[in-house]
Write a protein that binds this ligand. Structure first.
Ligand code: OAD
Length: 254
């Protein structure tokens, strides 16, 4: 089986579980946006193959040399995000929400593509690149208001802007962490799409759901370690074709 051939029996089993469920949630990661042209972090072509996260993705590295982090990692990310469009993977999740079969997406992504695909209840666990705040006066700005010809982008107060994302070494916003844990503990199906589930505390959420009795459905072209530990149904393949087919199968069942 490869990225285009899906196991029919498993697909139907997953669709049955979602159509019977009272509370399905999704946990997504960088893999769901790969088909939109945004590179993942790990594995072949991943950002951490090119950039050392200790040098570019920790809050200490940012505060030590914001110009370097802005010039290299943040601008590369912004340029990728500006070109990206949601694809059938994001749209498949939005379709499930629209028919009342998916309540919430907890995403580790900062790209805003779930919302652009039409999903309404999205928890941005690692923050977002849509908004920025001044390190000195806390003034907020959208991406279009940033003066990117000077890096780091300056604020009127003389301070500099940072993205509203979570750098390594920073806390997950407590309201996101709390709500995500509650949802994971209450759901009866968790769809885990395009994440290696290696970064805590997001990686714990499928475990929390599993321990509370949820069925874990995983969508990924590779078999990440999560599969061996908690997944009940593994749909091997790319998010786009798998989610498109899964949404169609669920739509036929309601
Ligand atoms: P990773 O890059 O760790 O994992 C991406 C996953 O997506 C892998 O398991 C791939 O096999 C899978 N994948 C690749 N292409 C895919 C496709 N077309 N469809 C579906 N899956 C595909 O990304 P995350 O798990 O999101 O955090 O990484 C978690 C966190 O690590 C990120 O939020 C970021 C990073 O460091 C911070 O920066 C705080």
């Amino acid at each position: 089986m490869d990225g285009t051939l899906m196991d029919d029996t498993l697909m139907k089993k997953a669709a049955e579980a979602i159509s019977r469920s009272h509370h399905t949630v999704a946990l997504t990661g960088a893999g769901i946006s790969v088909e939109s042209g945004i590179p993942p972090f790990r594995g072949k072509g991943g950002l951490w193959e090119i950039y050392d996260p200790m040098e570019y993705a920790t809050i200490d590295a940012f505060l030590r040399n914001p110009e370097k982090v802005w010039r290299v990692l943040l601008m590369a990310t912004i340029n990728d995000l500006k070109k990206a469009e949601p694809h059938s993977g994001h749209i498949g999740l939005a379709r499930l929400e629209a028919i009342g079969r998916l309540r919430t997406i907890i995403t580790q992504n900062v790209d805003g593509l779930h919302q652009r695909a039409g999903s309404r209840d999205v928890i941005e666990f690692h923050g977002s690149f849509a908004s920025y705040r001044c390190l000195r006066c806390d003034r907020k700005a959208g991406m279009e208001a940033l003066e990117l010809s000077t890096l780091p982008p300056p604020c009127e107060c003389g301070g500099i802007y940072r993205p509203d994302c979570v750098f390594f070494g920073e806390m997950i916003p407590p309201h996101h962490l709390e709500r995500s844990h509650t949802i994971a503990a209450q759901c009866d199906v968790m769809l885990v799409v395009g994440t290696s589930a290696t970064v805590q505390p997001a990686a714990d959420l499928p475990l929390v759901a599993k321990q509370a009795g949820a069925v874990i459905i995983e969508v990924n072209p590779e078999k990440p370690p999560l599969t061996r530990r908690v997944s009940d149904i593994f749909l091997k393949g790319k998010a786009g074709p798998v989610m498109d087919r899964l949404a169609t199968e669920v739509e036929h069942r309601i």
